[in-house]
Design a protein around this ligand. Structure first.
Ligand code: ZN
Length: 151
């Protein structure tokens, strides 16, 4: 990666931290899941409104390190409008990027997280929001509540 691209990718992560996308509770959500990364202290709730099999709306709320919050913000922009199957594919691509450092063929905001692979402890930070989103897609609304989460 050229120095210019490294700078660009850092700016992507900083930008998502400063101006998180789709942040806050989603009043119309019919799926909710909580993500917890105790090794870093990151928390992330993901709110989805599923319309059939498609993610009509998605938001997150949470606290934690810059990587976790920027990744959750980016995740919402990636998954909005996608089907559950498409979301799973996008997660696999993101997981490959953060675990191997392999960059996608096209320059995209997702590639900003390729550098995470050099810091294995941060991979959980980068995937936290995605895990929560996939859990929200799999669980039904009655069991996906986060209100009983105590730790
Ligand atoms: Zn973290």
């Amino acid at each position: 990666m050229s120095a210019d691209l490294t700078e660009l990718y850092q700016q992507v992560i900083l930008d998502h931290n400063r101006r998180p996308r789709n942040r806050g509770r989603l009043p119309t959500a019919n799926r909710v899941a909580h993500g917890d990364n105790p090794s870093c202290g990151d928390q992330c709730d993901v709110f989805l409104r599923l319309d059939g099999d498609r993610i009509a709306e998605i938001s997150f709320d949470g606290s934690g390190c810059a990587i976790s919050q920027a990744s959750a913000s980016l995740m919402t922009t990636q998954l909005k409008g996608k089907t559950a199957a498409e979301a799973e594919t996008l997660y696999q691509e993101f997981h490959d990027i953060v675990t191997t450092g392999k960059e996608p063929a096209e320059i995209s905001d997702v590639a900003a997280f390729a550098g995470v692979h050099a810091f294995p402890a941060r991979i959980k930070c980068a995937t936290l929001g995605w895990h929560a989103a996939l859990n929200a897609l799999k669980a039904d609304a009655t069991t996906a509540t986060t209100e009983s989460h105590t730790d």
